[in-house]
Design a protein around this ligand. Structure first.
Ligand SMILES: *Cc1c(COP(=O)(O)O)cnc(C)c1O
Length: 225
């Protein structure tokens, strides 16, 4: 049995356990395998094991790898520079890391040029750290009202990262906060805003995130580390 297979089974068991704690099942949780720094052969191995959604955080690295790994869904999870939007739109199915109104508008403009609609998550800064990317926990609501006016984007939900802290409780509070924002956003009725996906939780904290309502987790090290 491969090492990757072992790790995947461990992660899946932990996901199932956390899902049950929050009254759901493993089927309710989508796993995005984060492959930054992971070579193509290992990503292909993960695909053979049944993984179908993958995340990369840099356009340049993604450009080299994605064409070699067809028939899976790619998510952009890192900060996207405006000069890389064009490439990103041809590589990724979902941009999880839309972290400003300006970026959303630029993505919409390029999506119109390419004649497509692009799915996105809005990244909210729940870490309280000013240097982190993301919409503020206060201005996310007015920003959504603006993004809802953009014709070529479809907002599927929210993404967030807990602060770097060894204290689980601090992370839990951050996840709770994002779940609360998600619930409020869900009640806003905009035709191109769906609010189905709550992407939070990484290798170090995905169980806590799921317990607090995440339905998508982004896991790198626990699978490939
Ligand atoms: C790297 C990364 C992850 C995965 O982190 P791990 O700790 O390796 O699981 C998740 N989300 C984002 C935005 C990342 O950059």
């Amino acid at each position: 049995m491969s090492l990757l297979k072992d790790k995947l089974e461990t992660v899946q068991a932990a996901v199932a356990k956390a899902a049950e704690k929050s009254g759901r099942t493993a089927k309710d949780i989508t796993l995005v395998a984060v492959t930054k720094g992971v070579e193509v052969a290992r990503i292909l191995e993960a695909k053979v094991l049944g993984l179908a959604k993958f995340g990369e955080n840099r356009v340049q690295e993604a450009q080299e790898k994605i064409p070699q790994i067809p028939d899976v869904e790619w998510h952009m999870i890192g900060h996207l520079q405006t000069n890389k939007i064009k490439e990103a739109l041809s590589l990724f199915s979902v941009i999880q890391s839309v972290d400003s109104l300006r970026l959303a508008r630029e993505i919409d403009r390029e999506a119109q040029v390419q004649g497509k609609t692009i799915s996105m998550l809005l990244e909210v800064n729940i870490s309280g750290e000013k240097q982190k990317f993301g919409f503020g926990t206060e201005d996310i609501y007015t920003s959504i009202d603006e993004i809802a006016k953009l014709p070529s984007v479809k907002v599927l939900g929210l993404m967030g990262m807990a602060p770097h802290s060894p204290d689980t409780q601090i992370r839990r509070i951050a996840f709770k906060k994002l779940k609360g924002i998600f619930s409020v956003c869900k009640s806003l009725k905009h035709s191109n805003v769906q609010m189905q996906v709550l992407s939070m939780g990484m290798s170090g904290d995905f169980e806590t995130a799921i317990e607090e309502g995440a339905n998508m987790v982004r896991i790198g090290r626990a699978l490939f580390g």
